[in-house]
Design a protein. Structure first.
Length: 117
């Protein structure tokens, strides 16, 4: 939840300071269904990422994507549900990448410990 809120806030602040949107970060967070989606929808344990690091990446990307959709597409003013849906498609890829990075780190640590023995 917190990473989705942080990602949305950070993206909204970046777009606000670039002059793309007239609303600052906290205003984007409290508008529409952003908080509802971050608290109740993005935390769905079935379709979200399953690894610990993957959950952080998933939440961050949901927040960023929700604000980008909201600002870029004026015909679709609420982008949270679309952002969650799109990130649910990529959740297995996020988990796969996190597992691969973890395996590489463990192999590297194992090889380092073998050399030291």
């Amino acid at each position: 939840m917190l990473t989705a809120i942080f990602g949305g806030w950070a993206m909204a602040e970046i777009l606000f300071h670039c002059g793309v949107t007239p609303f600052c970060g906290w205003q984007h967070i409290i508008m529409g269904g952003f908080l509802f989606g971050a608290v109740f929808m993005a935390t769905d344990p079935v379709t979200a990422a399953h690894t610990s690091a993957g959950k952080y990446v998933f939440g961050l990307l949901v927040g960023i994507l929700a604000i980008v959709i909201r600002v870029a597409n004026h015909g679709y003013p609420e982008g949270m549900m679309l952002a969650i849906l799109m990130m649910n498609v990529f959740a297995p890829l996020i988990d796969y990448c996190v597992v691969r990075v973890t395996v590489k780190k463990r192999k590297k640590r194992l090889m380092k410990n073998r050399i030291n023995l």
